[in-house]
Ligand binder design. Structure first.
Ligand SMILES: NC(=O)c1ccc[n+]([C@@H]2O[C@H](COP(=O)([O-])OP(=O)(O)OC[C@H]3O[C@@H](n4cnc5c(N)ncnc54)[C@H](OP(=O)(O)O)[C@@H]3O)[C@@H](O)[C@H]2O)c1
Length: 328
């Protein structure tokens, strides 16, 4: 089969399409004929060698995709060849075929969704759901401030927070992309944090109160400033650091405002300490997807040969929602 391979760690130019052996399913595995695979910021970090999960080279990147089941292992129940699915792998999705070692975690491609849409659903939806529901307990009437809302995990969080009945303020670094965020997600307000003081904007929009939940995949100065946009008792969700690095959180702000700072690791928390929460991914998210909640906005689609361009679209902050790599 053809696959996007990183023979060495580095910038996106290390990615090349190569012929590699097609995976065979073990007794508990499923092999999916990949139609499309979603590109996530962690893929960039993995290929650069800076992600928390280190990969041995050579490896095939890609954490998620959608396609058609090609083969099932002898012990697998509930799935059969021909089923259309959304799947996760760690890693290996940027290939014509991917071996899924935890088929229980797959979901059916919702009716009416293309494989390209399905490919961009899983990582963003899991992250947004775990953060807003499991970690922050977001409820109707909360003011939710979502940073990096033009990105994959950001846009899904805006969509989910709206579904939960929150008043949502979405930030990003480009007016044109924020306009698409607003029309796709129904965000109540959008704020460009490159040109506007988002703290003042949040205060004005909330009558001085601030945000009850802050969802931050950007880090750096954005999280530091967010302390001043937080309402008393707010929950701060630390999702990632696309701005380049972690932030310094002032403990006096945490104390004075009674804040709760929550680290979010969508997969790890469930794998390590709270497997029962994983049921929500299997039972709740397919129902939400069927209602169109967190249906991805796909702004860029590249063939495997242009995987490096797909990575660069994220690095260059061109994306609204998701970038997808197609295998056909
Ligand atoms: N905790 C978890 O479980 C979990 C799961 C998945 C992903 N993540 C993390 O979440 C973050 C976002 O991932 P993603 O896949 O959604 O990424 P993405 O689609 O590239 O979105 C990231 C957003 O960050 C903003 N940004 C601000 N400064 C940036 C910079 N210097 N370079 C690039 N983007 C910048 C961009 O919006 P503007 O250009 O509008 O500012 C962009 O839309 C990453 O740090 C990732 O590792 C965490």
């Amino acid at each position: 089969m053809r696959a996007v391979v990183a023979d060495r760690l580095g910038d996106p130019s290390v990615l090349q399409v190569k012929e590699v052996p097609t995976p065979e399913p073990g007794p508990r595995d499923v092999v999916v004929r990949v139609g499309a695979a979603g590109v996530n910021f962690p893929d960039i970090l993995s290929v650069a060698g800076t992600y928390q999960h280190k990969q041995q080279v050579p490896f095939i990147p890609g954490m998620e995709g959608a396609g058609t089941i090609h083969a099932v292992g002898s012990d697998v129940r509930g799935w059969k060849p021909g089923d259309k699915v959304i799947f996760g792998v760690r890693p290996g999705a940027f290939a014509e075929y991917a071996k899924v070692t935890k088929p229980d975690g797959m979901m059916r491609l919702p009716d009416g969704w293309s494989e390209i849409e399905g490919a961009g659903y899983r990582v963003a939806a899991h992250t947004a759901y775990h953060a807003l529901v499991h970690r922050a307990g977001t409820k109707k009437g909360d003011v939710v401030l979502v940073h990096g809302a033009s990105g994959g995990v950001g846009l899904a969080a805006v969509q989910l927070a709206k579904h939960l009945g929150a008043y949502v303020i979405a930030t990003g670094g480009d007016d044109a992309r924020l306009a698409i965020v607003k029309s796709h997600s129904g965000a109540d307000a959008v704020v460009n944090y490159r040109t506007t003081d988002f703290v003042a904007a949040v205060k004005e929009l909330t009558g001085g109160k601030g945000a009850d939940v802050i969802y931050d995949p950007v880090g750096g100065e954005v999280l530091e400033k967010s302390m001043r946009a937080a309402a008393y008792g707010a929950r701060l969700l630390i999702i990632g650091f696309t701005s380049g690095g972690p932030s310094t959180i002032m403990s006096n702000h945490v104390l004075i405002k009674g804040l709760t700072v929550l680290g979010v690791r969508a997969g790890e928390t469930i794998a390590r300490i709270a497997p029962e929460l994983g049921r929500d991914y299997i039972e709740v998210l397919p129902k939400l997807a069927a209602q169109g909640v967190m249906r991805p906005h796909i702004s860029h689609c590249f063939p495997m040969e242009r995987a490096a361009d797909a990575f660069r679209a994220l690095i260059d902050r061109q994306v609204v929602g998701k970038v997808v790599i197609t295998t056909a």
